[in-house]
Write a protein that binds this ligand. Sequence first.
Ligand SMILES: [Cu+2]
Length: 198
Amino acid sequence: MKRIISHAITSFILSGLILGTGCEMPDPPEELDVDEVMVEEPRVEEPLVEEELTRATAEISPLNVREVRGQVNFQQVPEGTRVTARITGLDPNGLHGFHVHEGTDCEEPGGHLSPYDHEHGAPTDPRDERHKGDMGNLEADAEGIAVYDRILVNVTMDAPPTIIGHVVVVHEGPDDLETDPSGEAGDPIACGVIRLVN
Ligand SMILES: [Cu+2]
């Protein structure tokens, strides 16, 4: 009520001023009233940064004659990062080491991503007894197709050090999940750069 009265008084004074100067300008339109603008509900801002940093993907392509292809997706979840993948062209019923390596170039991947210099381990090991990039093995079925789905508790995408921009590597042989630094998984046979999904 106070505001309405204040508005009425303001309008009255403004009208008087305008009449007093002999000017024939109309009253300002209602939507320009400062009081009305200020009582509007504040706009709820979307958490854009959080949304932008929560999904990433890597397109896996062959590094040699073996037609190993597929996609690896990374999704931020409350516990860490959920990694899902479907890779084809693997050894039927075979195991293939599967890691995030340092570097941004599939032609020259570095070692397993390990910003805190931990030793090699299994994805189920405690976070200080494994590389951040240790994702274990892809387990292929009789058709050479592997489906992977695991939550990595020591990987985040919305805070440094990030996995984004590094490379996912599929190896020729199985990762023994303990031999430092590589798990004796053999040569890389396929790879993809991890890119943010907008
Ligand atoms: Cu590797």
